[in-house]
Design a protein around this ligand. Structure first.
Ligand code: FES
Ligand code: FES
Length: 1006
């Protein structure tokens, strides 16, 4: 049938199928700024367009229904203001405000948010924050925590009204203006308040930062620079993996298992292959049998090899049975139904507690299985960890009291809004190109080579922009599917998970059952601390050892005890990671550490209350301090040889003092009156805290490379293998290069990442990019700067024969090289001289960096809640996080990480959980049953940065991305206990769990 409608003010008409959605039509016709979240039923809002001025999910609307209407997509709102002689009207104020306020992280939801905001502002020019949050509630964002998008819309509203808005920049507040004991608010308190008569809240676009050591005078480090990729993202440019069109591209689908544990007795593909439009169907019989691990980690992978692209056995509902390539998605889906599979069902293992019993089925009985460390497939054991530090038994014998407790943390989904997606094709040299939404392009290339029967050199992995990853894309999960089909057909193949596949066939956070035992003296000194952890890795052991190892390595390292115990702590961490017939777990932001801090911080809270000690004093008394040894550094290192490591920077005391002030702790904690809500006898308020730490990269392992090349105009190309998945890492890497080279960020053209062109990088994981890749960038920039100084000195000496300028006296600043007498020469002149005029050379450098240390960031996480004691309903009113992440390179991107991380962690605390029926079938397969927080459900979020200067990084930076995942759940549940006395030991703290705990408010501590 034919439909005609206006799109972006142009009347167009198209032939469409009656069942074709508007989303499919728009993307097929090249409107790639309209994104798909894979849900296709209106849950995520990524596919929003304006239909006659109103936001509409294009995935739930038939193309035919658009007939005669007006459709608007984000690309019609504005244009890049810099298009050479073609002067444009520039960006729409909303697009500009989203860039300026840091409202974009991965940018996958950004077109939908901007269109939704436009519809609101067209209707309500002066919206309240509540109206903005209500309007945005139909667009899910997994990155930002919604705070900065709300601020962006308020700012744009003010601009559209003609109000004056202050610039977003550093402002100077004298240290005397703040009453702080140790710290000062530095030059550059990055706070902007935007108050207008028509908005009901103040917005704080950049967070407060306190510097504990004198700050160096940087020109770009610490500045709220807009993201280098922001303009293309607000314009909806085709920058994501799926935004590519190729002639003859096939669509891939995977037939997934419908049973949890079975052998495939028979598989008949003849009917599917006979269906017109089906080009290939592959089963385990058609491809080489190569065992591997999907974990995107360095070589050798610290875990068992237990996976085949396709196998004659299935191990969970959602496991792979067959791959299909067809001319269209619809044909591929029909073909799936025509494949006949006969299973020989085996008893499933669904309870991790029983998984190691002798009467259980063996999930991995394949002869090719390659164990790692203590893994033993005969008893469904993927990994075992036994760490004893000091003399734990003696520590318990020296304690006055021993406290034990059991805790449980759930399996949760990364839920990035861009699904896993890959496009594969042969290039003109018959090299296989894999364009993938991967966090680990270099690991993917290495891991895929043997699976595909190709040498590494014949594979090229391109990582375009990524719509969020959070660890879910640190997995070689779908690339092999498309690649096998390209090899089989010779044609380009596009494979993209649906939202349902994300839930049933992707990875998740390991659920764990944890037992804590802690010995304490009556004065609050911890004498010994022990954790046992039973972790469910599901059907495959990807990241099994390392995720669970980090549960102990980070969470159990924080409390070493006091006095003599501080010098020689007694810590035990034992863990068993078991296989079950659940979908596999894997890497998820925080990487095992949130699982550890929930029990540790709940336990510390209960101990301090039982001993009548102030919870913060008790914690700080026992917590790690600067100059001390990381207690696990001599015991464990992700399956590799451990080496002792001193921790040099710990800002915990100041995090506590600033966080307490921000949440007004002293007026609330122990204040009986504050805990009551006037006129609502069924409500109670509570306040809670958790202290946390993370790591910054993996020492002696994680390596990143960078190359920098100077162009004729004095600009630079920075090529990094580091993988910006929305975090802003390209921006902060560019800032570091620009700082060294004395140019504005706009003069650094950042490109990441392509295994053919960019240097190796370990990928985006372990909070490592700023630290590892950043140090590589600084080293490369210093080498380039050195060449520039040499040439500058030579040119200046030639200009002024009376003087012999020395390279070491040359300073790079403002796109110039300055001598000490003030004479200068522009970088553009130096570049022209180098490339064209004399003693020609390409000024460029490559560098790489790995670190012998992993300096931990620290934080104090505070939460304020209101609990309905009749129903168990919890409302989280406020989250305050005071973070020591070293020197903050960019407060906009760093605070965005904290806000988004706290929001994800809040879901972990109160509402997110993946669960299964007795056959192992997932009970949550979409965003209706699996709830991630919407813009109208977010509490007040406050981020404070406490800057220490970490000596192992050129600018003093530590990690920021993962630590916000760690403390929210225990702080919220501690606040529930503070409000009601309820001892919640299992998260998420659903109303049902809180209500049940309220019925047994006596502490379970022994
Ligand atoms: S709402 Fe349309 S793709 Fe999610
Ligand atoms: S910025 Fe919203 S989903 Fe990533």
């Amino acid at each position: 049938m034919n439909v005609a409608f206006y799109i972006n003010n142009h009347l167009c008409s198209w032939e469409v199928q009656p069942h074709e959605t508007l989303l499919t039509l728009l993307r097929r016709e090249g409107y790639l700024e309209v994104k798909s979240g894979g849900c296709k039923n209106g849950e995520c809002g990524a596919c929003t367009v304006l239909l006659d001025g109103k936001p509409m999910n294009s995935c739930v609307m038939l193309a035919a229904q658009a007939d005669g209407h007006r459709i608007v997509t984000v690309k019609s709102l504005g244009q890049n203001p810099e298009l050479g002689w073609n002067k444009t009207e520039g960006l729409h104020p909303l697009q500009k405000a989203f860039i300026d306020t840091g409202a974009i992280q991965c940018g996958y939801c950004t077109p939908a948010m901007i269109l939704t905001a436009k519809a609101l502002l067209d209707r309500v020019p002066s919206p309240t924050e509540k109206q903005i949050r209500d309007a945005l509630s139909g667009v899910l964002c997994r990155c930002t925590g919604y705070l900065k998008p709300v601020q962006a819309i308020m700012r744009a509203a003010a601009i559209l009204r003609g109000d004056q808005v202050p610039p977003i920049e550093r402002t100077f507040i004298e240290p005397s203006q703040i009453a702080l004991k140790v710290s000062r608010e530095p030059p550059g308190t990055r706070e902007e308040e935007l108050t207008t008569s028509s908005t009901e809240t103040r917005t704080k676009i950049v967070p407060r930062i306190w510097t504990l050591q004198p700050e160096k005078n940087y020109h770009l480090i610490g500045q709220p620079e807009p993201k280098v990729d922001a303009t293309k993202l607000v314009l909806g440019k085709p920058v994501f993996t799926a935004d590519i069109e190729m002639r003859g591209m096939l669509v891939a689908k995977v037939l997934h298992s419908t049973v949890a544990h079975a052998r495939i007795k028979k598989i008949d593909t003849s009917k599917a292959l006979a269906l017109p439009g089906v080009v290939a169907v592959l089963t385990w019989k058609d491809i080489p049998r190569v065992i591997y691990s999907t974990a995107g980690q360095s070589d050798p992978i610290p875990g068992p090899l237990d996976t085949f692209s396709l196998d004659n056995k299935v191990r969970f509902i959602g496991d792979r049975v067959a791959f299909i390539a067809a001319e269209s998605e619809e044909i591929a889906e029909r073909a799936m139904q025509l494949i006949g599979v006969e299973y020989e069902e085996l008893p499933p293992v669904l309870d991790p507690t029983d998984a190691m019993s002798t009467n259980q089925s063996i999930i991995h009985d394949e002869k090719e299985y390659v164990p790692f460390g203590l893994s033993d497939p005969k008893c469904n054991l993927a990994a075992r960890i036994r760490i004893d530090i000091g003399d734990v038994n003696r520590g318990f014998s020296e304690a006055d009291r021993i406290f034990e407790g059991d805790y449980e943390v759930p399996k949760v989904q990364q839920a990035h809004i861009e699904p896993h997606v890959v496009v594969t094709y042969w290039d003109e040299d018959d090299r296989l190109v894999i364009r993938s939404s991967t966090q680990v392009p270099f690991h993917a290339r290495r891991i895929l080579a043997p699976i595909l029967g190709l040498p590494v050199k014949r594979i090229r992995v391109i990582k375009p922009r990524i719509g969020g990853g959070f660890g879910g894309k640190q997995e070689v999960l779908i690339e092999d599917v498309a690649a096998h089909l390209t090899i089989a057909t010779g044609r380009p193949v596009h494979f993209e998970y649906t939202r349902e596949e994300e839930f049933v066939a992707a990875r998740s956070r390991h659920p764990m059952k944890i037992h804590m035992k802690t010995g304490v003296k009556n004065d609050g000194t911890i004498t010994a601390n022990e954790m046992y952890c039973l972790s469910d890795t599901g059907a495959y052991g990807c990241h099994a050892l390392t995720v669970t190892g980090n549960t102990g390595h980070k969470a159990m390292a924080l409390y070493v005890g006091d006095g003599p115990y501080r010098l020689s702590p007694n810590i035990r961490f034992y863990a068993d990671v078991v296989y079950t017939n659940h979908p596999p777990a894997g890497a998820y932001r925080g990487y095992g550490v949130p699982q550890g801090f929930f029990p540790v911080e709940r336990h510390m809270e209960k101990i301090s209350r039982a001993l009548g000690l102030d919870p913060l004093t008790f914690r700080l008394k026992n917590a790690l301090r600067a100059g001390e040894l990381h207690p696990f550094s001599t015991a464990w290192s992700e399956g590799r040889e451990p080496k002792p490591e001193i921790i040099h920077t710990v800002g915990l005391d100041e995090c506590v003092s600033q966080g307490k002030a921000a949440i007004n702790w002293d007026n609330k904690f122990n204040n009986a009156q504050w805990h009551l809500v006037q006129g609502k006898s069924y409500l109670r308020r509570g306040i809670g805290v958790a202290l946390v730490m993370q790591g910054t990269a993996i020492p002696y392992l994680d390596m990143g490379g960078a190359s920098i090349k100077m162009n004729d105009d004095g600009s630079f190309n920075l090529l990094v293998g580091a993988t910006d998945l929305g975090t802003g890492s390209d921006t902060i890497l560019g800032q570091m290069a620009a700082e060294v080279l004395g140019v504005p960020l706009q003069d650094i053209i950042v490109f990441s990442s392509d295994t053919d062109f960019t240097p190796f990088d370990k990928g985006a994981h372990a909070s490592s990019t700023t630290f590892i890749s950043g140090a590589a960038v600084v080293q490369a920039a210093e080498k380039v700067a050195e060449r520039i100084r040499i040439r500058a000195a030579r040119l200046l000496s030639a200009e002024n024969e009376a003087k012999n300028y020395l390279p070491e006296e040359i300073r790079l600043e403002d796109r110039c090289a300055f001598a000490t007498d003030g004479r200068s020469i522009t970088l553009a002149k130096i570049a022209l001289d180098a490339l064209h005029h004399s003693d020609q050379e390409q000024i460029m450098a490559v560098s790489s960096f790995y670190s012998p240390v992993s300096p931990p960031p620290f934080a104090a996480q505070f939460a304020e809640v209101t609990v309905d004691i009749e129903t168990g309903q919890v409302v989280v009113d406020k989250l305050v996080m005071a973070v020591d992440s070293g020197v903050i390179i960019n407060p906009l991107t760093a605070s965005g990480q904290i806000e988004g991380g706290m929001t994800q962690a809040l879901g972990y605390a109160i509402c997110e959980e993946m669960s299964y029926d007795p056959k192992g079938r997932s009970l949550q397969t979409d965003f209706r049953d699996y709830h991630i927080l919407r813009s109208d459900e977010i509490p007040e979020l406050i981020t404070l940065f406490i800057e220490t200067v970490e000596p192992s990084h050129p600018f003093g930076a530590k990690a920021v991305a993962e630590i916000p995942m760690d403390g929210v759940a225990p702080a919220v549940v501690n606040a529930i206990q503070d409000a009601t006395g309820a001892d919640v030991q299992i998260i998420p703290a659903t109303p049902e769990r809180v209500w049940h705990s309220l019925q047994h408010t006596t502490s379970t501590l022994q």
